[in-house]
Write a protein that binds this ligand. Structure first.
Ligand code: BGC
Length: 863
């Protein structure tokens, strides 16, 4: 289906109205100059046909084996290769999934977790369409998104790119997003197939998981992408699944994806996620990105020659690439169309809608919100996430927005010219701590050749430890070094001192105080600043030694110590005292949450102390959180009356926050993940890290060498089906905030549930009910339908989401909602029969506004 125009909600898109009229006028009057802006006709792909098949096969027949193999690897990081002998040009790719990152500034959309919090597939489609238009305007043929892995743990560094902890919600958003992108003639690439649910050691972790768990939790969004949205590219993940790398995993790629789901398009690798050319070629991988390091001519020519790989296997890969290219018409037209825009006012409106729909109000004691403009004369906005804007997390999805709106700007805009707005970051940044530390007698720096801190070092002295990106030796000198810093620190006052250390990339370090290790960073992909607090007495002097191992030539290391009570400057507390209301914007940001590493559950260093200090100075303190999911709020939650989660809200996030705080927009976001109190209580916590020593076999990496201490770790998904709310509702325990929860400035009621008493197994079951806005302002509620199967022969989660609908209601308005439950809504994966199975008997249908609040329920018997 084509969607040449964005589907718009009138009241919400102030930017787009003129464009609708213009586009309609263009269509019907053929006015000159009417090939404008975002409304170019979308050249959506055509279905496969005998003609396309014949053409693809004819092209393949004109290629030599060498030329065919050439096409199985990318080039210049983001292109497929050309085949001049058949006039096949190269095709362009771009990340994804939150903005088109090709290249320069772009429209930066709300992250996947934010989109999921909107529970609005129509919005996901609009985002997909916007991304598709932007991609086309940049000549991009493949968009590397959506990312649809499951948010199993709040630590996983890329949850913000993905959607939610629930496969049904993920699948619904995945389908709409992909349909939106592909409707614009751009190939969507669903990633990362499969089970890349953590960043920790992502190249070398084997996710060991039973088939039922895979089928019920981790595969449905991919399945829906292929079977419902007809996605035309899939990206294999870095990790192993049950001991076999995804790029060479016959179960995932051949049995499930290309077999059962009948995927006929392109399976590409993640960037450097191929580990064995022959195994990958034989187990479904069609395209190695970013270049052929393993599926290269040397390997595959020899393998075809001696029969380890069939030529027909190579042909099939090339046919898949050509078939897809032909279906999109990429040989008939340039991807760039002069009618496209890379700066789209229409899409800015979509990003604003996404931010508005996702922001989730978690606490609002005494109805502090919405703010009463008559009572707000001075507003203070504080915190590292207040300014500049934090539109998205870090890594390959990081899209540079043209004009991202910060929370500070958004709040100030809504407050208007008569309100005093005061801003403070509230905390120093790392470098200020490193530079501000007074080391007694200076710092001795010893630089040793090699990584062993051995031999005679080159010794220098410096006043602080803030060697951020210093080239200590020439870039041509690749010799590895080890560096030791030694000094003393004298505490002026008694109390807690924060020790803060940060390095970069895969560098590692450990910090010793009086000979005892207090903080360390092992060598691994990615890192965040490390901190610890120590109690010191007044006048106490401690010996501090830091052993630092850079992974690349040069030094990127900082270390500092600061008195914790002085972290929050006195003027910040004074500001807070003066204010009628304080907004503290905290949470994560690209340096602390992103691709390649997992994040902490606790807020980044100093932020708990900042909230406590502000809340002590002003009881009217509102906290906004930025991040991909839950985080630790225990130190301060009962001290603040209001809390909002913004996820990563995209470039218009600040505007949406301002609108929500001042009641211009009634919050409607609902948590796409269960919000735990502590990391320990997350159901994946006991099984999150690899079992040590289970398998220490070294694995060959992309450069052919095993890196230091990289081994295959086996992560056993013993939490099985009990992910997120499935665990909480089955155990009868309660998280801090349940999946599906979010407050509104109005109230809603559910009534009149209608469910047939009996139905035949396998037939669709209609469920209907009423939702009423019982309050005095307009608002949107997400009606959530959960199914329980108490008579199942196997253990099932107590309830599972199988339907939802967002309803916007005026005060007093009632809407009758009908949701249809298909056979899958009642099925589980039978591990013995290897198929989806329904156990006839009793089911319970529950409807409500979160996984824990389902006021409507009715029994249903399936025969
Ligand atoms: C990421 C992918 C991304 C690719 C290209 C990889 O590191 O895992 O999600 O699409 O890089 O940038």
């Amino acid at each position: 289906m084509r969607y040449p125009f964005p589907v718009m909600r009138k009241s919400r898109n102030p930017f787009t109205q003129p464009f609708v009229s213009l586009a309609v006028a263009c269509l019907f009057t053929m006015l000159p100059g009417c090939t404008l802006t975002a409304f170019a006709q979308a050249p959506a792909p055509v279905p496969d046909s005998p003609q396309i098949e014949a053409k693809a096969h004819a092209l393949v027949a004109r290629l030599t084996l060498e030329e065919k193999i050439e096409l199985l690897g990318g080039v210049e990081n983001m292109f497929t290769k050309a085949a001049p002998s058949i006039d096949l040009p190269r095709f362009k790719m771009s990340d994804g999934p939150l903005g088109v990152r090709s290249w320069g500034p772009t429209t930066a959309y709300a992250g996947g977790a934010a989109l999921a919090a909107s529970w609005d597939p129509t919005l996901a489609r609009k985002v997909g369409e916007g991304l598709g238009r932007d991609a086309r305007a940049r000549g991009v043929n493949f968009l590397l998104g959506p990312g649809v892995n499951i948010a199993r743990s709040p630590l996983a560094g890329r949850n913000f790119e993905y959607f939610s902890e629930d496969p049904f919600l993920n699948a619904a958003l995945t389908v709409s997003y992909i349909e939106g992108v592909q409707s614009q003639g751009v190939i969507a690439t669903v990633k990362h197939f499969a089970l890349n649910d953590q960043e920790y050691n992502r190249h070398n972790v084997s996710v060991d998981v039973d088939e039922r768990t895979m089928r019920e939790i981790y595969l449905p969004a991919f399945e829906a992408a292929v079977t419902q949205a007809h996605v035309d590219a899939v990206m294999n993940s870095y990790n192993l699944v049950n001991g076999v790398h995804a790029t060479q995993n016959d179960f995932l790629n051949l049995k499930v994806l290309k077999g059962e789901w009948d995927f006929q398009a392109i399976l590409m690798s993640d960037w450097d996620a191929t580990y064995d050319g022959v195994a990958a070629a034989n187990n479904g991988l069609d395209l190695e990105m970013p270049s052929a390091r393993f599926m290269d001519a040397k390997t595959l020519l020899a393998a075809v020659k001696d029969g380890r790989v069939k030529e027909s296997t190579i042909d099939d890969k090339v046919v898949r690439i050509l078939r897809t290219i032909l279906r999109y018409g990429f040989l008939d037209r340039p991807q760039f169309d002069p009618a496209d825009s890379t700066y789209s006012v229409a899409d800015r409106a979509v990003t604003l809608d996404a931010a508005r729909e996702s922001i989730t109000l978690l606490k609002n004691d005494g109805h502090l919100l919405p703010l009463d403009p008559a009572r707000v004369k001075t507003i203070v906005v504080i915190g590292p996430d207040a300014w500049p804007a934090v539109a998205g997390g870090g890594g390959s999805s990081d899209s540079r927005a043209f004009e991202p709106v910060s929370i500070l700007t958004g709040v100030a805009n809504q407050a208007g010219p008569d309100v005093h707005v005061l801003y403070a970051r509230g905390l120093p940044d790392e470098k200020e701590v490193f530079h501000g530390t007074h080391w007694k007698g200076g710092v001795k720096v010893e630089i040793f050749q090699g990584r062993e801190f051995a031999g005679t070092p080159e010794t220098t002295a410096q006043s602080n430890i803030a060697n951020w990106k210093t080239e200590m030796w020439g870039p041509e000198d690749k010799t590895l070094r080890s560096i030791r810093y030694a000094s003393e620190y004298q505490a002026e006052k008694a109390g807690k001192y924060l020790i803060l250390a940060a390095a970069s990339g895969e560098d590692s370090f450990k910090v010793l105080v009086n000979g005892k290790e207090v903080v360390a960073q092992p060598q691994k992909e990615g890192q965040v600043p490390q901190s610890v607090t120590l109690n010191l007495t007044a006048g106490e002097t401690v010996k501090v030694v830091a052993d630092y191992l850079p992974h690349a030539p040069g030094i990127r290391f900082g270390l500092g110590i600061t008195y914790e009570a002085d972290l929050v400057p006195a003027e910040v507390k004074q500001f807070a005292t003066l204010a009628d209301v304080v907004v503290v914007a905290v949470g994560f940001a690209p340096p602390t949450e992103g691709e390649g590493y997992d994040r902490t559950f606790t807020l980044p260093w100093g932020q708990d102390a900042l909230i406590e200090a502000v809340a002590a100075a002003n009881p009217r303190t509102i906290v906004t959180l930025t991040g991909g999911g839950g985080m630790d709020t225990r130190r301060w939650l009962d001290k603040v009356p209001a809390l909002l989660h913004t996820y990563y809200p995209g470039q218009e996030g600040g505007t949406a926050v301002g609108e929500v705080l001042f009641g211009k927009h009634n919050p409607e976001g609902k948590l796409p993940v269960s919000f735990d109190r502590s990391w320990d209580e997350n159901p994946s916590a006991p099984y999150y890290y690899p079992i040590k020593g289970a398998d220490t076999s070294l694995h060959v990496t992309e450069n052919g060498k095993p890196p230091v201490d990289y081994v295959i770790g086996h992560v056993k998904y013993e939490d099985k089906l009990m992910v997120g709310y499935r665990y909480w509702t089955t155990t009868g325990k309660h998280p801090l905030f349940p999946f599906g929860f979010g407050l509104s400035y109005t109230t809603f009621s559910f009534s009149n549930l209608q469910v047939p008493a009996t139905a035949a197994s396998g037939t669709a079951v209609p469920v209907s009910f009423d939702v009423t806005n019982t309050g005095s302002v307009a608002g949107a509620e997400v009606a959530q339908l959960y199914v329980s199967d108490p008579s199942a022969k196997v253990v099932r989660p107590e309830r599972e989401l199988k339907g939802f609908e967002k309803v916007s209601l005026a005060p007093g308005e009632t809407r009758h909602v009908t949701l249809n439950l298909d056979a899958r809504a009642f099925s589980y994966w039978d591990d013995t029969a290897h198929k989806w199975t329904i156990d006839p008997g009793k089911f319970i249908i529950r409807v409500g506004d979160s996984s824990e609040n389902t006021p409507l329920h009715a029994d249903l018997t399936l025969n």
